[in-house]
Design a binder for this molecule. Structure first.
Ligand SMILES: NC(=O)C1=CN([C@@H]2O[C@H](COP(=O)(O)OP(=O)(O)OC[C@H]3O[C@@H](n4cnc5c(N)ncnc54)[C@H](O)[C@@H]3O)[C@@H](O)[C@H]2O)[C@@H](O)CC1
Ligand SMILES: [K+]
Length: 497
């Protein structure tokens, strides 16, 4: 059975609604808190059996309630436990108050906690209910604990971390382990939240899936289950033209390598034919360095139009090493009715001219345009969205996809793939060694290769990002973009030969 809850993300606001609906449906909410707190206690005992003392920091809401349950369970196991509370515990409400009253151990105000070597901190200050930035005294305590390098196990989320955006407000605990309940939140997967959580354990506390399903939003983790049904299928009757023809535009003579990386990756991703469309001056250098990839002269807009007469040309990659300027803009706009991956220089060429691009591609439904900006390119194309501090990476990618009517692949360690209809995926399989020169060119080529084979744009973009991560994992540390392109493999091919 698929572990659906693990792959779907639930926002803090949706989790609060789940909580409400669970209580309304008659589920014992104190029972849920008890299971949550006991899971935290079990994790602490399992991971830190030799801790000299467990300091449980309890906040003013239900996250604190989980902390009191965990503290009592640890005390009953014979651990030296001390609770440090934020706010007056007499003001705790309902389940959190019951959890506090059931705790029989030592209790002191949070301000009195001094990290000691041998301590384990259990952070139950704030979880999904963090509603504003932390106040200075709490900021100072978190900074002091982080600086002391005392291990921290976080309840639900490291306190200070925004569960929606993955950003600290303004600081958060650096946890070595986080126990969350039922499903991860976007903040567990987005950077820097992912790094602040340490390892993440998703513990089922018994909320029925029908209640979770009713509140699932548009954001999920990028896993094959999302798009495997759309992967190109290879059958016994396949021949090269049925597997699609990808065209990658080459830059001038001195900048052809990026396009060749894209072309090779497109071929490895399964496109039947790949052509490098190059200006006359770059024909010789491209021809000298390619074998399976073909080379064709496409110099200017007029030769491009002739080239496009061949409707078997099924997808295009424009941008890697192409050069920024009028030629890139004209080529991109000429491709408005075709499947196009716009990357690198192709994106930068529309700085201050993005409205032209958006207007040309506005009518395609569903969209056939995939744009793959890294942070700098994103800011060039979407300056207003990029500087909006209230938005997290997912919301930025969603807004960009909507206003450009494109699939936006907002790259980084936590690449987000967003569609104009609001769907968004966060990728998490990319190893850090993928951050190397030419890596983006390979990604553009993989996505182009999948588009050429007929995959819808959102699915092609998401599968491409995933295959890119898989290829990097296959090669391992020290990889170069050449190794990466060579390691690309189609993910699932039906072998009905
Ligand atoms: N959703 C569920 O079904 C369950 C939730 N549980 C726990 O409940 C938590 C959510 O509980 P709550 O909604 O009570 O939220 P929290 O306990 O995360 O925090 C809410 C409290 O903190 C205050 N607050 C928010 N931001 C603040 C800031 N910056 N400075 C000072 N005070 C601030 C709020 O006014 C409120 O009193 C989860 O994180 C989880 O640990 C568990 O008990 C198990 C069941
Ligand atoms: K917490």
């Amino acid at each position: 059975m698929k572990q659906r809850s693990f792959y779907h993300l639930i926002t803090p606001a949706a989790m609060a609604a789940v909580d409400r609906d669970a209580a309304r449906s008659g589920i014992d909410s104190l029972g849920l808190m008890q299971k949550a707190g006991q899971a935290v206690s079990a994790a602490a005992l399992r991971l830190f059996p030799d801790a000299m003392r467990m300091a449980v920091l309890c906040g003013p809401g239900n996250n604190g309630g989980d902390g009191y349950i965990a503290a009592e369970a640890l005390r009953m196991s014979g651990v030296d436990v001390q609770v440090f509370h934020l706010g007056d515990p007499a003001l705790l409400k309902s389940d959190a108050s019951s959890a506090f009253l059931a705790y029989r151990g030592k209790l002191r105000p949070l301000a009195e906690y001094v990290p000691c070597s041998g301590d384990l901190v259990i952070d139950a200050l704030f979880g999904a209910g963090l509603g504003r930035s932390l106040e200075p005294p709490v900021v100072e305590i978190i900074e002091a604990i982080n600086a002391a390098s005392v291990p921290v196990v976080a309840v639900d989320l490291p306190s200070g971390l925004d569960g929606l955006t993955g950003h600290p407000r303004p600081v958060a605990f650096q946890a070595c382990h986080t126990v969350t309940f039922m499903a991860r939140k976007p903040g567990h997967v987005l950077m820097p939240g992912r790094a602040l959580c340490g390892s993440v354990e998703v513990f089922g506390i018994g909320i029925p899936h029908r209640i979770l399903d009713a509140h699932r939003g548009e954001v999920a983790v990028n896993t094959p289950s999302v798009w495997e049904g759309s992967l190109p299928k290879l059958t016994g009757s396949a021949y090269k033209f049925t597997r699609g023809h990808l065209t990658v535009f080459s830059g001038p003579m001195s900048a052809t390598g990026a396009a060749r990386l894209s072309a090779m990756a497109g071929l490895k991703a399964g496109a039947g034919l790949v052509t490098l469309a190059a200006p006359a001056e770059a024909l010789a250098v491209n021809s000298a360095q390619t074998t399976a990839v073909m080379v064709k002269e496409v110099d200017d807009l007029s030769t491009l139009r002739d080239y496009l007469q061949d409707t078997r040309m099924s997808a295009f990659v424009l941008g890697p090493g192409f050069g920024v300027g009028e030629k890139a803009r004209a080529f991109a706009l000429a491709l408005r009715d075709r499947k196009l991956v716009l990357d690198a220089d192709g994106i930068s060429s529309f700085k201050d001219k993005s409205q032209d691009l958006f207007a040309y591609f506005a009518k395609n439904v569903p969209t056939q345009l995939v744009m793959t900006p890294h942070e700098g390119e994103f800011a060039r194309l979407f300056p207003e969205i990029a500087k909006d501090q209230t938005l997290g990476k997912v919301q930025k990618a969603q807004a960009a996809a909507k206003c450009s009517n494109a699939i936006v692949v907002y790259k980084g360690a936590d690449t987000v793939i967003a569609s104009p209809d609001g769907a968004a995926l966060i990728n998490e399989n990319a190893p850090p060694w993928l951050a190397t020169a030419g890596s983006g060119d390979v990604l553009a080529g993989i996505i182009g290769g999948l588009l050429a084979q007929g995959m819808p744009a959102f699915e092609a973009a998401a599968a491409g990002v995933y295959m890119h991560g898989e290829a990097a994992l296959r090669v391992g540390e020290g990889l170069t973009a050449e190794d990466l392109a060579a390691a690309v493999r189609p993910l699932q091919i039906e072998t009905a030969f």
